[in-house]
Every structure is written in C-alpha cells, then in structure tokens.
Design a protein around this ligand. Structure first.
Ligand code: ATP
Ligand code: MG
Length: 253
C-alpha cells in the first residue's frame, strides 16, 4: 500500500505570497512534495524559508495562494487543525519545557494529541499517551535520559527530544526547521541518520543550512532566494544549476 502512495503529492503549495509591511518575504512560491523521503529547502539567511514553512503550517496567514494537504485545501485552517490532519512541525527556536523531565515532555506532547474528552484528565490516566511516550523514548534512544530535566540535556539531545515531541502525533508530514542548528559534527551526523530513518515512515520537509547534509539526505531540493523560488530539482540538478551557483554558492561561472 505504501508503494502505491509513494509518488503521490502529500502537499501542494500554490503561488504562496506573504509580505511584512513592504518586505516581500515569500513571493509567488509554488512547490509540491511527494510522499516519503526527505524534501529540503535551502537558501541564504532571510531568503523566506521559515516564512514559507509558517504559511504551509498555518502559523502565518497567506496574503495569496493555496495550500493543499492530502488532497484537501487547508489554506484557512489553524496549525492545530493541520496537526490533527497529520502535519507537525518543529521550531527553529526550542519548544521544550526545560524544567520538566524528558519523559514528562514526551507525555505532554502525547497527551496533547489524545481525544478532547481525555484532554482534561491527569497525564497518568491516559494509557495511550503513556505507551506512546515510552515508544518514543525507545525509538529516539532517550531511555537513559528518561528522568533527566530537558534543560540539563546536551544541545544535541535537546534537538533529538524536540523531534521526538514533534513525532508524538505520528504525523504524515513532518516539517523540520534547521534541526541541526548549533550542533556538533557528531550530533549533526546522528540527526541526519535519525531524519533518514524517520523519512521511511513519514514525509519530511527540512529547512537546513548545511548544504552537504541536505545533498546527502534529500530526494528533492528547493532553493529560495529573496523570497522567491530560485530552483528546484534533485541534489545533482541543484549542484549543476548555474543560477544557484551564482546566487547561493557565490560561484561566478
Ligand atoms: N514576523 C515578521 N515580521 C517582519 N518581518 C519578518 C517576519 N518574519 C520574517 N520576516 C522577514 O522576512 C524575511 C524572510 O525571513 P525568514 O525568517 O522567512 O527567512 P529564513 O530563510 O528562514 O532565514 P534564516 O535562514 O535566517 O532562518 C526576512 O527579511 C525577515 O527579516
Ligand atoms: Mg529560518
């Protein structure tokens, strides 16, 4: 069944635009994403990558354009409506509770996705959230850190926990905004492997500054520059694209 869906578009962003005052942060960007694997967005600082994410995710309202997710138009839906439909995101800035343990952070995230009727019960009452939290502890290799406060984890472990939190709802589409930001080389490699393994069960849309990491992980890449889509294609098409070399890599031939 997965094979059947493999080449279907899970997300279609049509002609999205967003301005802040006079600044065109995203300008007429159309982009679609096939199911499974890693699709990435690269581009210099201020290119509009996070703004594009916010339009896809509903954190920002589009000025114009449409977002279609799993064949349903979702342009007017809130982020939590989109989360319920299977779209989850991580933030460029952390969204962990530093004074809670790793397990509590995961339980809270799992609790959040429980049915509304369960939402007002105490965490320990929710067997499903509890089971899912332990599943995440294991699949993200965080068992030994279960009772450690999130604030006491290393930077790499915190980012790993963040991705685990984002996976609590078993999303169909996972949006990751610079998950390796500030990480050591070793942590970056671990995260890269983690993203690769996640992308077998969910579709990953990744914003990332580390071009080598992107080229190694992605099946499809969009390059943004000054709010616009400069190019898209396979990693080798992107490497060979003259406009990208000039505008992004700063090469002049
Ligand atoms: N809420 C906002 N209000 C005003 N301007 C904003 C807002 N968010 C982003 N911008 C501006 O829009 C442009 C695009 O920003 P955005 O954060 O989308 O870029 P980015 O590609 O994610 O950059 P980075 O790589 O630094 O994260 C920038 O000029 C930024 O200053
Ligand atoms: Mg950004």
């Amino acid at each position: 069944m997965i094979e059947e869906n493999r080449h279907q578009k899970i997300l279609i962003a049509e002609d999205l635009s967003k301005s802040f005052g006079g600044l065109k942060a995203v300008e007429h960007v159309s982009f679609s994403i096939e199911r499974y694997g890693v699709t990435s967005i690269i581009g210099p600082n201020g290119a509009g990558k996070s703004t594009f994410f916010n339009l896809v995710n509903g954190a920002l309202r589009v000025d114009s354009g449409r977002v279609v997710f799993k064949d349903e138009e979702i342009t007017a839906l809130t982020p939590s409506d989109r989360l319920r439909r299977g779209m989850a995101r991580s933030f460029q800035i952390t969204n962990l509770f530093f004074d809670l343990t790793v397990l509590s952070n995961l339980q809270l995230a799992c609790q959040f996705i429980e049915d509304r009727k369960r939402l007002f019960q105490h965490i320990s009452n929710s067997q499903r959230a509890h089971a899912r939290a332990y599943e995440l502890l294991e699949s993200f290799g965080l068992q030994e850190k279960r009772d450690t406060l999130a604030g006491e984890l290393s930077h790499g472990e915190q980012r790993r926990l963040e991705i685990a939190v984002t996976m609590a709802s078993k999303p169909d589409l996972l949006l990751l905004d610079e998950p390796t930001q500030g990480m050591s080389h070793g942590d970056t490699n671990d995260t890269s492997e983690l993203i690769m393994s996640l992308s077998k069960e969910t579709t990953v849309l990744l914003i990332e500054h580390d071009v080598e990491l992107v080229m190694g992980l992605s099946k499809h890449v969009m390059v943004m520059s000054q709010g616009m889509k400069l190019a898209e294609g396979t990693p080798s098409e992107i490497r060979g694209n003259h406009d990208v070399q000039v505008a992004y890599f700063g090469e002049s031939q």
